[in-house]
Structure formats: structure tokens, C-alpha cells
Design a protein around this ligand. Structure first.
Ligand code: NAD
Ligand code: UFG
Length: 338
């Protein structure tokens, strides 16, 4: 299939481009590089041995989107582009709603008008808020979103549901990612956050490499086995492969489907720290701090639907994730600048 990948230079997008190309798909990336580096796509080309046609453009630039969609006649769009920092979304909500909502509205309009009505969307477990059921199934009601980032995903899901109801020619697949970590096994691409990382794994790897002094663990008084927060960490390559599985089933299937992409296993912050130390033989200095505002105690998926319907199941475990995250960071202490 001919696939438009928005945000394909980013963390999950770049890993997914590799898997899409490996599965024989023709990929075109549109990204404005606001949170990524062109080097990532150059490395993807080295890994896959195939060119990655790339257009540097903002999704909100309708003329650019019309040009690219008009000239390629895509079969499907895998839509990653958007802002994702929870804290920043609280301090700059307009920026988040404008980029995530406006960008997607333009994209959907242009795709529809150019005859591409197959879409795979990067949603998030954040739409469940504080989940009512653990493990979280797709039937679990969407919750009270804790921040404008999560709210933007919630609103976009709703927009897609409404659009698909009004025009049943659309195939929409909403993928609710749990916590992606890890990196490609080559160590050539990985997560490269700007500034001080907000998320656990990039913080750990930057402590390990000596860029940060110690990890702050946000709370050890949750109702969990060791008191620290529990999440469903999923290897980014497993996540990327999930998109390929969706593509295998998307053609000729009008409708809207929702899948959790997670492993179904919850690990605490201390579990992750200990795993990282053991697998990589490094020490991670940490201290226990106050809970982080907006955090929940426990969130992990029931990934059964993706296995039943798509035949997809995460293959990598926490040790693989810790090893591959470190392999990327130790070889590239300054991310794509190295
Ligand atoms: P990322 O920031 O690494 O990648 C997003 C990419 O989109 C970047 O390359 C950025 O430059 C690009 N982009 C942003 N706004 C754009 C615009 N208006 N026009 C063109 N390009 C634009 O993030 P990621 O971790 O790869 O996440 C990809 C998607 O998955 C995002 O939608 C994110 O919300 C979602 N998601 C991520 C996580 C996570 O923990 N990483 C969890 C759940 C969902
Ligand atoms: N944590 C720390 N110290 C840190 C960073 C995180 O103790 O420096 C803890 C958090 O309190 C939490 C766990 O590590 O218990 C995971 O935190 P992350 O920030 O890595 O991930 P979140 O679960 O908070 O959120 C992530 C993404 C969201 C996405 C969500 C989906 O940031 O965008 O996963 O589950 F929506």
C-alpha cells in the first residue's frame, strides 16, 4: 500500500516506517520537525536500505497537504503528528489544541477529498483517565481527562467517530498506546526528547549516561506492591509492528475499530529501575519525591482484542526494553546530535 505517515520523523513514527517498509509498503513522511530531527529518517534509510520520501510541512498548511495527497493518491494514512508533552499542554493549552486538533482536521479534510479514507490514529491510554477497570479493555469508559493533551486525544477520537458515522466509507482505527519505551535494536534510532525528559525511561537513561544526577521517583505511597506507580511499558518496535498488523486488515473493512496496544503486564517504577540496573549493569541514583500532579496509581492494558482480531501480540519483555533503551542512549548521549 501507498502510505502517508504524518509525524514519521518522530520516536514512534520512525520505528514504524522501518516496519512498514519491511512489510513491503511504500511510505511517504510528512513532518514539520518541530519535535524531531531529519537524521532519524536518514538512519531509517540506512537500516531499511530504502529511500524515505519526505516533505517538511505542517499539517495545518492546507496547500502543502493538498499537494502531497493530490500527487500520491495514498491508500492509507498513519497519523502520528502532534504534540505529546502532558506538562506543556497544561501551561500552553491553546498550542496543544491548535496543533493536535486543527492539524488533524485539515488532514482529515484533505485525505477525504483526495479519496484516501483509511486512517490509523495514534491515540493514548490517557483517554481512559483514571481507569474504571484494570486491566483496561477497550470497553472501559473513557474517563475524565487529566490535562489538555489527553483531552485533545479524547476530542480527536470523538471527531473521528462522528466523521465515520456520517461517511461510512471511512475506515478509522484508533490505537490507544500504553507506555512506549525501548529503541531499534541497531541502536541507531531511539527517543530523543528536547530538554529535560518528562517520561520515566528517557530520564533513567540520561541518569545512566551521566547527563542527569538522579531520578526523582514521584511517590512511593500508592496502593501498589512497592508503593510506586504501575504502567504497561511496551517496546516501541512491538508498537510499530501493531500498525503493520492493522494495515493487513484495514482494506475493504468499512468501520471504526479501537485497539489497546500494550503488553498486559504492569511494572512499577522501581521494577523498571531494578530491571534497567540488572540488564545493563549500571546504577541508577534515585530519590523518592512527592507524587506528580495528575498521575494515577495503576494503568495496564488488556491487549486481548488486538490479539484476537489482528493476530498481534507484544513480543518483547521489560528486559529487552531496558537493554535497547540503553543501547541507544549510551551510543548517542546527545541523541541525534551524535
Ligand atoms: P514525537 O514528538 O517523537 O513525534 C511526533 C512527530 O510529529 C514529530 O516528529 C513532530 O515533529 C511531528 N509534528 C508535530 N506536530 C506537527 C504538525 N503540526 N505538522 C507536522 N508534523 C508535526 O512523538 P511520539 O512519541 O513519536 O508520538 C507519536 C504519536 O503517538 C503522538 O500523536 C503522541 O501523542 C502519540 N502517543 C505517544 C505516546 C508516548 O508515550 N510516546 C503515548 C501515547 C500516544
Ligand atoms: N515517573 C517518575 N519519575 C520521572 C518520570 C516518571 O517516577 O521522572 C513515574 C510516573 O510517576 C509514573 C511512571 O513513572 O508512575 C510513568 O510515567 P511517564 O511520565 O513515563 O508516563 P505516563 O504514564 O505518565 O504517561 C505516558 C505519556 C502520556 C501517555 C501515557 C499513556 O507521557 O502521553 O503514557 O499511558 F498518554
Amino acid at each position: 500500500m501507498k502510505i502517508l505517515v504524518t509525524g514519521g520523523a518522530g520516536y514512534i513514527g520512525s520505528h514504524t516506517v522501518i516496519e512498514l517498509q519491511a512489510a513491503g509498503h511504500e511510505v511517504v513522511v510528512v513532518d514539520n520537525l518541530v519535535n524531531s530531527n531529519l537524521t532519524a529518517l536518514k538512519r531509517v534509510e540506512q537500516i531499511s536500505g530504502k529511500a524515505v520520501p519526505f516533505l517538511e510541512a505542517d499539517l495545518r498548511d492546507r496547500a502543502a497537504m493538498e499537494r502531497v495527497c493530490g500527487s500520491y493518491c495514498f491508500d492509507c494514512c498513519v497519523h502520528f503528528a502532534g504534540f505529546k508533552s502532558v506538562g506543556e499542554s497544561v501551561s500552553q493549552p491553546w498550542k496543544y489544541y491548535d496543533n493536535n486538533i486543527t492539524g488533524t482536521l485539515v488532514l482529515l479534510d484533505v485525505l477525504g477529498k483526495t479519496g484516501c479514507k483509511n486512517l490509523i490514529f495514534s491515540s493514548s491510554a490517557a483517554v481512559y483517565g483514571e481507569p474504571e477497570i484494570i486491566p483496561v479493555t477497550e470497553e472501559c469508559p473513557r474517563g475524565q481527562c487529566a490535562n489538555p493533551y489527553a483531552q485533545s486525544k479524547f476530542m480527536l477520537e470523538q471527531i473521528m467517530m462522528d466523521l465515520q458515522k456520517a461517511d461510512p466509507e471511512w475506515n478509522m482505527v484508533l490505537l490507544r498506546y500504553f507506555n512506549p519505551i525501548g529503541a531499534h535494536k541497531s541502536g541507531m534510532i531511539g527517543e530523543d526528547p528536547r530538554g529535560v525528559p518528562n517520561n520515566l525511561m528517557p530520564y533513567i537513561t540520561q541518569v545512566a549516561v551521566g547527563k542527569l544526577e538522579k531520578l526523582s521517583i514521584f511517590g512511593d505511597d500508592y496502593d501498589t506492591l512497592d508503593g510506586t506507580g504501575v504502567r504497561d511499558y511496551i517496546h516501541v518496535v512491538d508498537l510499530a509492528k501493531g500498525h503493520v498488523k492493522v494495515l493487513d486488515s484495514i482494506e475493504g473493512q468499512c468501520g471504526l475499530e479501537i485497539f489497546n496496544l500494550g503488553t498486559g503486564v504492569g511494572y512499577s517504577v522501581l521494577d523498571v529501575v531494578k530491571s534497567f540496573e540488572k540488564v545493563n549493569d549500571v546504577k541508577i541514583a534515585y530519590e523518592i519525591k512527592e507524587r506528580r500532579a495528575g498521575d494515577i496509581a495503576v494503568c495496564y492494558s488488556d491487549p486481548g482484542k488486538a490479539q484476537r482480531v489482528l493476530g498481534w501480540k507484544a513480543e518483547y519483555g521489560i528486559e529487552d526494553m531496558c537493554r535497547d533503551s540503553w543501547n541507544w542512549q549510551k551510543n548517542h548521549p546527545n541523541g541525534f546530535k551524535d
